[in-house]
Ligand binder design. Sequence first.
Ligand SMILES: Cc1cc2nc3c(=O)[nH]c(=O)nc-3n(C[C@H](O)[C@H](O)[C@H](O)COP(=O)(O)O)c2cc1C
Length: 311
Amino acid sequence: MNNRITQLFGIKYPIIQGGMVWCSGWRLASAVSNAGGLGLLGAGSMHPEMLVEHIRKMKGATDKPWGVNVPLMYPEIDRLMQIITGEGVKIVFTSAGSPKKYTPVLHDAGIKVAHVVSGSRFALKCLEAGVDAVVAEGFEAGGHNGREETTTFTLIPQVRRSVSIPLIAAGGIVSGSGILAAEALGADGVQIGTLFALSRESSASSEFKQRCVAMDEGGTMLCLKKLSPTRLVKNSLYERIAEAEARGASADELRDILGRAASKRGIFEGDIVNGELEIGQAASYIKDVLPVSEIMDTLVAEYEECKARIG
Ligand SMILES: Cc1cc2nc3c(=O)[nH]c(=O)nc-3n(C[C@H](O)[C@H](O)[C@H](O)COP(=O)(O)O)c2cc1C
């Protein structure tokens, strides 16, 4: 599994744990890095002081490479970038915005930069911005999503055709066969969210994890396109949002229905009825909440087995 992505980040396996609000603190990220993948702290749900704490704990928990995910719409983005450069972070995955402004700033500080996109035209913008790698994320994925609903299977070959820089596939990957499939489609590595969000080391509540592993196929739906397209578990909050969207509710009304800190309430505090539960379609494949080391061992063994079987 040694390739451009393992070489770029200095990791053993080209498996990246996506930054995830309310899930990916230092415990999860360090467990992934210690198991040979690349763990990312999810700055999206951290106050700047909280990020400093997690970065420092991370430094004590692993001597392997790791990084920070920064959604670029973060309200105190300049402060966050100062912390990242000041604390000597080596790898940053940006998302939800344009990579143009911050990629040179991060490069000047010697930081490797990857950026998350949902379409080829955004991948071309990454190329112009000079990022080191691009993450192409299909709409199966958990979290905030592309407006155009392009699936991973459709997206990866097209992004591969558009750009030649290292490419990381994301969205719906929960098995070694998925990693091999992503490679066959042209990716150099994978970014996995859902599977790690439901791992033992994830800081999500056990109520959230149990609700997600009990989910059947079709248990999530992409909604909130008037705000920011988000894949949600079909709970009571989702039903209210779906009903409002069906009658053409405005962005303001949707914001009111969602309420304040909806993802914290749902994912972190475990309000599985009225909280915002963000998870990917592939959650229905996951049956148990397992430790990261076991998840990583299984991914690698399945990948090898599948590769040998296909020849
Ligand atoms: C609970 C949850 C929270 C997420 N939060 C973020 C985030 O803060 N920033 C980001 O770039 N991506 C976020 N994502 C997306 C993941 O980083 C990753 O790209 C995605 O989950 C991959 O697809 P998968 O869920 O099918 O594995 C989130 C995903 C989940 C499930």
